[in-house]
Design a protein around this ligand. Structure first.
Ligand SMILES: Cc1cc2nc3c(=O)[nH]c(=O)nc-3n(C[C@H](O)[C@H](O)[C@H](O)COP(=O)(O)OP(=O)(O)OC[C@H]3O[C@@H](n4cnc5c(N)ncnc54)[C@H](O)[C@@H]3O)c2cc1C
Length: 466
């Protein structure tokens, strides 16, 4: 029986009939072109089932719905060796796109180099995270995709293509949603390594946040506010400061909130999953909330997130706060972060300094589905853009207004992949890809001779949730 493939949180069951775990870039090329990316020594006959049908990249499956699915063939590049190449003059690193942020961060740290930003967990793949405009926090920090200086991808004919910053339409590619090809290597901007000290401050008042949001969010390199929206005080503010020395003193208060002196939990999960508080360390072990060597977050959860202009932040936060009685019972925690504006067409922070309002929901799909339209209606006056990888009810018509370059992105993806091989139902439902006519049923079932061993060639441990 075919094993069931689920997303990281277990809340979505993939419908794809085949996953090809590529080991090399040529594997990806052959997979897309219609040969399976192996030489037959693995027991297959060296042919695959894409045959001009739908094929799509899947990353580490941390998205919360069908974004990475297509009912046909998926290709994972997480098994391709990272082989990082550091260019100290250009200040870039080029690395296998399926590499996790945690792996790359450790490699860079050893060499005295750094990324400018990371998401809350280092376990996600670089390709998957950048494809959905994943972000951390910081008024000066852009989405992770903004660090993409160049990428190499396999196009719809199985050819290897290169694109770099400055090329026409490049700004349509880093947040690509898997819609134009399978990215195999990524070049990211790097900077000299730095130390970060992380501290939690407890009980920051809502009045202070709403009356001086910009000042609060700009209080350090990265500030995250955690709340369940109830009461007069937030739960905690996680403040990540770049420090010159490990023993540099940090303030005992943040706008009247005292610094925590003991362990602090973020979510219904053990605190030893979290990166350390109160002691400076390398950027790679402080910017993510969760440790690379531990299980992140709660796991049994659903996530949603919305992006508003930071100038609208206080009003947007006040609107969500009014929903606290409905929201809080379903919530594990909410996180409020800042993201700097960028020019990437499908970025949640396109063209505006942004406040990101995130919800980690209990795994209660029915009630969460019921409350989301209420949250979205409250945030609609602020032109709230949904996170591409998280659950929302926002429709194609709304997205067209929320992402001013969506039509340009759709046209670009259509030019790069005219037959819609990399499209899927979700992208078409949301108007990111025009309906292309290719359907999952165009999937060519493998001939018997294509061997059972070749089916679900999922590398060991791939199904493990974490
Ligand atoms: C516990 C948890 C914490 C999170 N924290 C954050 C956070 O701090 N900030 C934030 O913004 N988001 C966060 N997310 C969301 C997460 O970063 C995104 O869902 C991201 O897309 C996950 O990357 P992935 O590799 O799992 O991609 P997948 O979910 O596997 O795929 C996502 C998209 O990327 C595309 N893709 C994947 N690989 C490639 C490739 N090689 N070439 C082309 N396209 C590709 C897929 O086709 C799909 O469209 C979190 C999610 C979880 C579960």
């Amino acid at each position: 029986m075919k094993p069931e493939l689920r997303n990281w949180s277990g809340t979505y069951a993939f419908t794809a009939r085949e996953v090809i775990a590529a080991r090399t870039v040529d594997d990806v090329r052959r997979a897309v072109a219609g040969t399976d990316g192996t030489d037959g020594t693995d027991g297959t006959d060296g042919t695959a089932s894409t045959d001009g049908g739908r094929v799509r990249a899947v990353g580490t499956r941390h998205s919360f719905h069908d974004l990475a699915d297509n009912g046909a063939t998926l290709v994972s590049v997480t098994g391709i060796a990272p082989e990082p190449v550091l260019d100290e003059t250009a200040r870039t690193v080029t690395v296998g796109a399926g590499t996790s942020y945690g792996t790359l961060a450790a490699w860079l740290t050893e060499r005295g180099w750094a990324l400018g930003a990371m998401g809350s967990l280092p376990h996600i793949s670089i390709a998957g995270a950048t494809a959905t405009a994943t972000h951390g926090s910081g008024t000066g920090n852009q989405v992770l995709s903004a660090a993409v200086a160049a990428l190499e991808y396999v196009d719809a004919d199985g050819e290897l293509r290169h694109a770099r910053r400055g090329d026409p339409d490049f700004n349509g590619l880093p947040v690509g949603l898997g819609a134009f090809g399978i990215v195999v290597r990524v070049t990211l901007d790097v900077q000299p390594g730095y130390l970060v000290r992380q501290d939690a401050y407890l009980g920051l008042s809502w009045d202070r946040v709403l009356s001086g949001l910009e000042e609060v969010m700009a209080a350090a390199y990265s500030v995250s506010l955690f709340t369940d929206w109830t009461g007069d005080k937030l739960q905690s503010a996680w403040v990540k400061r770049r420090v010159a020395r490990a023993d540099e003193a940090v303030p005992g208060q943040l706008f009247g909130a005292p610094r925590a002196t003991g362990p602090v939990r973020l979510i219904d999960a053990p605190e030893d999953n979290l990166t350390p508080l109160g002691v400076a360390g390398p950027w790679s072990q402080r910017l993510p909330h969760f440790r690379f060597d531990a299980n992140p977050s709660n796991g049994d959860e659903i996530q949603s997130e919305y992006f508003v202009a930071r100038s609208d932040g206080p009003a947007a936060l006040a609107a969500v706060r009014r929903l606290a009685p409905e929201v809080a019972p379903l919530l594990l925690v909410s996180e409020i972060r800042a993201v700097a504006a960028d020019e990437l067409w499908l970025s949640g922070a396109y063209g505006r300094d942004t406040l990101a309002i995130h919800f980690t929901w209990r795994n209660a799909p029915g009630p969460v589905d019921a409350v989301l339209p209420r949250v979205e209606a409250a945030l609609a006056p602020f032109g709230a853009r949904p996170h591409w990888g998280k659950v929302s009810h926002v429709t194609a018509g709304q997205l067209g207004r929320l992402f001013p370059r969506l039509a340009d992105a759709r046209a670009l993806f259509g030019r790069l992949d005219p037959r819609g091989r990399f499209s899927n139902d979700r992208l078409e439902r949301l108007g990111v890809r025009a309906p292309c006519g290719l359907q999952p049923q165009d999937y060519q079932a493998p001939r018997e001779s294509r061997t059972v061993a070749g089916r679900w060639r999922v590398r060991a441990g791939w199904r493990a949730r974490r």
